[in-house]
Design a binder for this molecule. Structure first.
Ligand SMILES: Nc1ncnc2c1ncn2[C@@H]1O[C@H](COP(=O)(O)OP(=O)(O)OP(=O)(O)O)[C@@H](O)[C@H]1O
Ligand SMILES: [Mg+2]
Length: 355
């Protein structure tokens, strides 16, 4: 197995720098998920790793060896795309066996590989069908089968599940995770799906504007986001931000909104000079009245069965709260809410850095 390292990696298209000084070490066998807004450079980074896009500056190491100029076919990397890119005129089996066939492997060897891949991916029943006779999930598994028979050191996935319906996504997510545990290969996986990122990754890499903002285990990013951007990007539904300031009473510090509503903070916190934003995740709101509560004006109530989602405003800030219980409120009602001090994230309004 093989690790991958990016050292001061930069990519420009003409004057436009799309990846800026990327530094990252991916361990052999690690499952790393790249997330970030559209256009931040995720696919470009994968394509550079696969050898499909030249590197402008810096170094790419595969298995500790500089690989900047190594041709794609010598990199031992297989990439699975969002569009499955199957050959329509070949059966599932022929699609899976295409690579080994091109390499001139014997019919017996190719058949053995197809059989193995089909067993791993539960495809035995579909091998003689053409792509048009298969469902999206089955086609995606053929595309994965084609990657598996290459026995690559590194798998790259670029939003492989985004064309599938919700139920199939969940199923494929579990299958890819099981596949990784079984093959123990290094995986770099791009997704827009929060749950995929949180549940599949050993580590998540959060990118924005061609830069890496934070790298860490999913719950590490969730609990200790390094910036407001990461806080807002990780977690679904996303964190709400309420503008205000930090004050200090005789006993303990508090967060105060423009209209004078207060939330108690942890005792260890120092008052901040400038304006701040309090970040609270939807599931961390608690319905409780008292001196220490914010007034949430309810706009929309969404009962999902297992949870109640409430959209509204605190002051002029949009917030979203999720409660495990049924909540009987109506649009226009005021709901008093608070949060445990340990679940209140404070960010400097100007810099977006934690206070
Ligand atoms: N061949 C190219 N020529 C010029 N600019 C390009 C080229 N390929 C990509 N870009 C630009 O590079 C930036 C990064 O693109 P990339 O496809 O890596 O984004 P992404 O993070 O994968 O986005 P998405 O989530 O939408 O797939 C974008 O601004 C894009 O317009
Ligand atoms: Mg992309």
């Amino acid at each position: 197995m093989t690790g991958v390292s990016f050292r001061n990696l930069t990519k420009s298209f003409g004057q436009h720098t799309v990846l800026d000084d990327i530094n990252l070490d991916i361990d052999s066998g690690e499952f790393v998920v790249l997330v970030g807004p559209s256009g931040c450079g995720k696919s470009t980074l994968l394509r550079m790793l696969a050898g499909l896009e030249p590197i402008s500056d810096g170094d790419l190491l595969i298995g500790g060896v500089r690989a900047n100029e190594l041709p794609p076919q010598k990199r031992d990397i297989a990439m699975v795309f969002q569009s499955y890119a199957l050959f329509p005129h070949l059966t599932a089996a022929e699609n899976i066996g295409f690579g080994p066939k091109i390499r001139g492997e014997s019919a017996a060897a190719i058949n053995a590989k197809i059989k193995d891949a089909a067993a791993i991916l539960n495809l035995d029943a579909y091998l003689e069908r053409y792509p048009r006779q298969l469902s999206g999930g089955q086609r995606q598994r053929i595309a994965m089968g084609r990657a598996i028979v290459r026995e690559p050191k590194v798998f790259l996935f670029d939003e492989p599940l985004s064309n599938l319906d919700a139920q199939l996504r969940v199923q494929m997510r579990t299958e890819i995770k099981a596949l990784h545990q079984r093959l123990k290969s290094t995986v770099v996986y791009v997704t827009h799906d929060q749950i995929e990122a949180m549940t599949m990754a050993d580590r998540i890499v959060v990118m924005n504007h061609g830069k890496i903002l934070q790298v860490g285990a999913p719950l590490e990013l969730y609990d200790r986001p390094a910036t407001k951007f990461v806080a807002s990007f990780i977690g679904s539904p996303s964190m709400s931000f309420i503008a205000g300031s930090i004050g200090l009473s005789a006993t303990r510090p508090y967060f105060e909104t423009a209209s004078g509503e207060k939330l108690s903070l942890n005792g260890a916190r120092q008052p901040a000079a400038g304006p701040v934003e309090a970040g609270i995740r939807p599931e961390h709101f608690i319905i409780r009245d008292g001196a220490d509560a914010l007034r949430l004006k309810v706009d929309v109530i969404e009962p999902t069965g297992s949870e109640t989602h409430i959209y509204g405003t605190i002051g002029s800030d949009q917030v979203r709260a999720v409660f495990r219980d049924r909540v009987s409120v109506r649009p226009g009602d005021i709901l008093p809410v608070t949060a445990d001090p340990k679940n209140i994230h404070l960010f400097d309004k100007a810099t977006g850095l934690p206070v």
